[in-house]
Design a protein around this ligand. Structure first.
Ligand code: SF4
Length: 67
């Protein structure tokens, strides 16, 4: 299985919740918006933390879907 991670940076408010919950998948970019470190995840543990971050994102701008 593989999953694709996307972030809508127009919506991201830069609170870094995703990067602190799941630092192997999300990082904060120079403009204070989150960005994916990896766009395609193949590891189930990373998938689980990416989904946790997506659910915790206060503006729901993270999507994790099957690649
Ligand atoms: S949790 Fe959502 S709003 Fe916060 S930095 Fe990550 S993507 Fe942006």
């Amino acid at each position: 299985m593989a999953w694709k991670v996307k972030i809508d940076q127009d919506v991201c408010i830069g609170d870094a919740i995703c990067a602190s919950l799941c630092p192997d998948v999300f990082e904060m970019g120079d403009e204070g918006k989150a960005q994916p470190i990896v766009e395609v995840i193949e590891d189930e543990a990373l998938y689980n933390c990416a989904v946790e971050a997506a659910e915790a994102c206060p503006v729901s701008c993270i999507t994790v879907e099957e690649a």
